[in-house]
Design a protein around this ligand. Structure first.
Ligand code: DNO
Length: 356
């Protein structure tokens, strides 16, 4: 595996590449061209300059998170082919630049959803949290406004203002789309992009729905093992793979993380590792430190199962707590993610050395 950290680019991130380099445990960067809207082509020149910047800082560009998929593609609208052509051109340019991992999601309207970005813990740190009861009380627009006011002056992925301006339109677009239709739109997209992925050896890694159930009545199809299996089987190409995100699949306590990893050998191309604490019920959780004892998941068994399937792709310590008075994009500060990287590397080293 390659330990990585997500970075949003000099213009948007509060963390610098120079700081990440000093984390030492982290060698790879997961990034994106943050300004690009879904449906826009990423030019070879733009990609190359992003790559050079990372390499000049002594780091390796390990993958893209995300090349976003447009709602026309997700909803299967009449203009989807135009956006798919643009996506293929972007993949081609990424391939030519020697970039081989691309994360994306297929969640309608919203990317991930939380009700709080700064829930205070007893030690003074803050974390992102989700409470279904609160979601049920507010509509999507109110949820967007409350998140927007809490972003610390940053722009959070999936919550871009131009996207939220169109929220009513977007809900209408998905009015007649059920899960089966969404699966079929995903298949249409994947079938179209697999040839370029084959040509340039690009691993597509679909990100799970976060949380792993339907929010505001929208269909969601990347949320449990059965659905993952359906995605993997409907386009039987190794480049059609997944991002294994413990904090997303893990929101549903019926999901067996270790079993899912072992069943998806060869098709997990990217891993997001973080831990969760559950409060009064299954649909009420908050993010915790990566440490097993701080949350619900056994990080050792998760890392061990990734090791056992021979996982060689990028791993990133996912969202961290906000600690030591850091001001950053919620979930994406430097300090707690650096602690997470150190911890996960420690587990990995112990697992590897035990194998000898
Ligand atoms: C949230 C992230 C997601 C993820 C996208 C992938 O912090 O995990 O925004 O990057 O769903 O397309």
């Amino acid at each position: 595996m390659e330990m990585t950290m997500r970075w949003y680019g000099r213009k948007y991130d509060t963390v610098t590449l120079e700081q990440i380099r000093q984390v030492c445990y982290v060698k790879g960067i997961i990034t994106t061209l943050y300004e690009k809207l879904p449906g826009e082509i990423w030019s070879f020149k733009e990609i190359l300059s992003m790559k050079k910047e990372i390499e000049n800082a002594g780091l390796h560009l390990a993958g893209i998170e995300s090349v976003n998929v447009s709602d026309a593609i997700k909803a299967g609208s009449s203009n989807r082919d135009r956006d798919i052509d643009a996506y293929i051109k972007t993949l081609e340019n990424l391939g030519k630049a020697d970039i081989h991992t691309v994360c994306y999601n297929f969640m309608p309207v919203f990317d991930w959803t939380r009700t709080e970005l700064y829930r205070k813990r007893e030690d003074g740190s803050t974390v992102l949290a989700y409470n279904q009861f609160q979601i049920d009380q507010i509509g999507p627009e109110r949820m967007f406004n409350s998140i927007k006011d809490d972003m610390n002056g940053t722009i959070m992925p999936g919550w871009e203002p131009e996207r939220m301006e169109k929220i009513k339109e977007l809900f209408l677009l998905y009015k007649d789309i059920d899960e089966d239709q969404l699966f079929s739109n995903l298949k249409y997209f994947l079938d179209a992009i697999m040839p370029v992925c084959d040509k340039y050896n690009i691993n597509m890694a679909i990100h799970p729905d976060d949380p792993s159930w339907s929010v505001f009545g929208l269909p969601r199809i990347v949320s449990d093992y059965k659905k993952l299996k359906r995605i993997i089987d409907m386009v039987p190409n190794k480049h059609n793979g997944i991002t294994f995100c413990t904090g997303s699949y893990g929101t549903n306590l019926n999901n067996d993380l270790v079993h899912t990893i072992s069943m998806l050998k060869g098709r997990i191309h990217f891993a997001h590792i973080r831990n969760l604490r559950f409060n009064n019920g299954m649909r009420d959780f908050e993010e915790s430190a990566h440490l097993s004892s701080d949350g619900f998941f056994n990080m050792y068994t998760i890392m061990k199962s990734l090791h056992d399937i021979g996982f060689e792709g990028p791993i990133r310590p996912d969202h961290g707590r906000m600690i030591w008075d850091e001001k950053a994009m919620p979930g994406y500060g430097l300090y707690d993610r650096a602690l997470g990287a150190a911890y996960l590397c420690g587990l990995w080293e112990a697992i590897e050395k035990k194998e000898i």
